[in-house]
Design a protein around this ligand. Structure first.
Ligand code: NAP
Length: 290
């Protein structure tokens, strides 16, 4: 049987890189990875050309404007990539009968809750990046019935820039660090997320029910503060640096962050039988490579 093709955007990002590694574990598909220089997702005609050429049965959109603070001032760029381009991808998927896996964020929630957010809980983004991602979700779902939106949070990897790598760098240079201890969430190892996405696509091929499309939450298991996360990084790597917990008010940023953005993973677990690793286990695995 001929292998079916999956197109992946944003190949140079954290998730894009991890998907290239994870693809080796799912050899039943044929993969075409594109970076921003090869496929700018805001170029609708380039998208259509690509679909005509490769006839993918699935498109994974990992490309995004991810500079959360800069998005407050670069609103046009953030909206164009995270919302409009996502809508155009969904329309193209619909035109060609392809499935869309689109990645979104816990920042669609305002963080005023105190128990894990479920997929249909009220969204109310507190920053512009979150607003653009929320609009992207809506446009992805409205324009293609075969869309799965995976909301994730606090993503890190051996690739790209992220909190884990920043902490390692700073902790090697400094004796002391201040890290916020009043924002709670769940880290996500992009390797786990990449494997989960390919597992979902595998399941969808076998069990293509319309009811399986929609929004899902995925992160590693467990809920911590950024300060807990930094402390664990320090302890696992046995670095000599004090980590002091501070309040968000002591570390102002251009974009507000939700205070509590832990998400319930029950739906993805029961629908696709996804095993979810505890954040510390995944952090240890990633740190062993850094
Ligand atoms: N990182 C997190 O903590 C986090 C948390 C929650 C959700 N997410 C979501 O998870 C997904 C993956 O995030 P990530 O951490 O892998 O992001 P990332 O490392 O920042 O990668 C995003 C990639 O998208 C590319 N890109 C930007 N504009 C593009 C365009 N117009 N056309 C094509 N590619 C473009 C970027 O290229 P350049 O670098 O060259 O611009 C970059 O390689 C995103 O949807 C993000 O919103 C991330």
């Amino acid at each position: 049987m001929q292998k079916q093709t999956i197109i992946i955007s944003g190949k140079n990002g954290q998730l894009g890189n991890e998907l290239q590694d994870a693809a080796l574990l799912f050899p039943q598909f044929h993969y075409r990875f594109f970076g921003k220089d090869e496929l700018d997702i805001s170029n609708a005609s380039a998208l259509e050309k690509l679909f005509k050429k490769y006839k993918p049965f699935c498109f994974i959109n990992t490309a995004a404007y991810t500079a959360v603070d800069k998005a407050e001032t670069e609103q046009e760029a953030a909206y164009s990539i995270n919302a409009e381009a996502t809508g155009a991808i969904a329309k193209t998927c619909n035109l060609f009968g392809a499935k869309l896996i689109h990645v979104s964020t816990d920042y669609v929630f305002d963080g005023r809750g105190n128990e894990p957010y479920k997929e249909d809980d009220k969204t109310n983004p507190v920053n512009y990046y979150g607003y653009t991602k929320w609009m992207g979700e809506k446009l992805a779902l409205e324009n293609n019935t075969q869309t799965i939106v995976v909301r994730t949070s606090w993503v890190y990897s051996v690739y790209g820039n992220n909190f884990v790598k920043t902490m390692l760098r700073l902790m090697k240079d400094r004796k002391e660090l201040n890290v916020v201890n009043d924002q709670f969430g769940s880290p996500t190892y992009a390797k786990d997320l990449a494997e989960t996405i390919l597992k979902i696509i595998t399941d969808l091929q076998l069990n293509d029910h319309q009811s399986n499309y929609g929004v899902y939450h995925y992160s590693n298991e467990g809920a911590i503060s950024w300060c807990d996360f930094a402390t664990a990084i320090r302890d696992i790597k046995q670095l000599d640096c004090s980590v002091n917990g501070i309040a968000t008010a002591q570390y102002p940023t251009p974009a507000k962050r939700p205070g509590y953005s832990v998400m319930s993973k029950e739906k993805i677990h029961t629908t696709f039988n996804v095993e979810i690793k505890h954040w510390k286990q995944s952090l240890q695995e990633c740190l062993a490579k850094l």
